[in-house]
Write a protein that binds this ligand. Structure first.
Ligand SMILES: [Zn+2]
Length: 403
């Protein structure tokens, strides 16, 4: 990584602040000691400052739902190998996913769990040396015999979920609970029963809170989502077919929603065309976009999350599709970036990401071309800067940029 000079002026062709402000043409800001000292700085004399006049600068993005231990590959043998692999086998794969994320302007991720806890171990091993901020759940919790084995484990015989949470020894960043099944591809809107009782779920959230862990809950359908929101979870993951009442409930309580709509468009693209499952996935995606449009009207705090590692959802590239889907649901590009940057940073409680504002960390990406090229131009990231330091080894930033 290369540090900026102590003081550096950045000249952007276009600037999106990630706070929902309008696109600034010829945006200019000054970095000092890793922070944005001044956002609307005056345009310097020609030749000074760092020149991104053919780029759009946006805040570093947050993918609020990934599985770093899985690739988006659709090859069944590779997927099975990744599920069974030991830590030594998976560590380089995880490093590759991190490079892919950074190359798409993602500076932080929240991991939703893996069966062996490899991602958590990776985070402990790499610590501050990892340029990407990785927040880990370790292994998720599900009920024995229900969906969730691929990403977690279940409480011991005779142990409640809350007791299991209290007894956990891993220094994780957040807790992940699975409270429903998967989205059905053949029974449109078919709801599965909640995995845990309301009291058990609430006790688990309290136990997590006592340890300083916010709780992310995998939940599809009205009842599993309602219970999770009322139990006080921080975020609902997926939330397919949760219904209007839950959206209102979440808006009232400030619960985050991570809709992962791209999982369904990926299934629709991957499964045999014209088949019932491919068609079901497409309809599920459409239903999710209708919920997203309503969430936007109601002011639900939507954070962008891809579920990268799910079949056909690739780390980094998945952000482009998820942003495209937000825009299909009626979000403008500046609103979609706010979901990914500001809402994501709030959800992860991450001061080093978030909107571009005076006093905040200088964490941003420069992408080729005007904002009208977004979100596709996230595949053409010119450089990424985290806390005022430019990453040296992503995309085209193989050399330090000229001052
Ligand atoms: Zn997931």
């Amino acid at each position: 990584m290369y540090a900026c000079d102590k003081k550096t002026i950045i000249r952007a062709g276009w600037l999106i602040d990630g706070a929902g402000g309008p696109v600034r043409r010829h945006g200019c800001f000054r970095i000092q000691e890793g922070r944005i000292a001044e956002l609307d700085a005056s345009w310097p004399a020609a030749g000074s400052g760092m020149d991104f006049t053919d780029c759009t600068i946006l805040p570093g993005l947050v993918d609020a739902h990934v599985h770093l231990s899985m690739s988006g590959t659709t090859d069944p043998e590779t997927r099975q190998w990744q599920l069974d692999a030991d830590y030594a086998g998976m560590a380089p794969v995880i490093s590759g996913h991190i490079r892919d994320l950074l190359a798409h302007g993602v500076v932080a991720v929240r991991d939703g769990g893996d069966h062996h806890g490899h991602v958590h171990r990776y985070r402990l091993d790499h610590g501050d040396a990892c340029p990407l901020a990785v927040r880990t759940a370790g292994r998720a919790w599900h009920r024995k015999g229900r969906y969730g084995r691929l990403i977690g484990r279940f409480p011991a015989e005779g142990q409640s979920l809350g007791e299991a949470v209290s007894a956990g020894t891993d220094a994780i960043d957040h807790l992940k609970i699975v409270n429903s099944g998967l989205n059905s591809l053949t029974g449109f809107g078919k709801e599965t029963a909640p995995q845990f009782g309301a009291e058990e779920l609430a006790a688990a959230v309290r136990a997590a809170s006592a340890r300083g862990w916010p709780v992310m809950v995998h939940a599809n359908g009205r009842e599993p989502v309602r219970m999770a929101v009322e139990a006080g979870c921080r975020s609902i993951e997926h939330g397919f077919f949760m219904g209007e009442d839950n959206l209102k409930r979440m808006a009232d309580r400030g619960t985050f929603w991570v809709p992962t709509a791209g999982t369904m468009t990926a299934y629709a693209a991957t499964l045999p065309g014209g088949g019932a499952e491919s068609d079901g996935a497409r309809r599920n995606a459409e239903a999710q976009l209708e919920q997203l449009a309503r969430a936007r009207e109601l002011g639900v705090r939507v954070a962008l999350g891809t579920d990268a590692g799910s079949m056909g959802v690739f780390h980094g590239a998945g952000v482009i599709e998820e942003m495209r889907l937000l825009m299909s649901a009626g979000y403008s590009i500046t609103e979609a970036i706010r979901c990914a940057a500001t809402n994501g940073a709030e959800l992860l409680n991450l001061p080093e990401a978030g909107p571009l504002k005076a006093g905040r960390s200088a964490t941003f990406a420069a992408v080729d071309g005007p904002p009208s090229d977004l979100p596709e131009s996230l595949g053409r990231v010119r450089c990424v800067c985290i806390n005022g330091r430019f990453l040296a080894d992503i995309g085209r930033t193989s050399k330090p940029l000229p001052p």
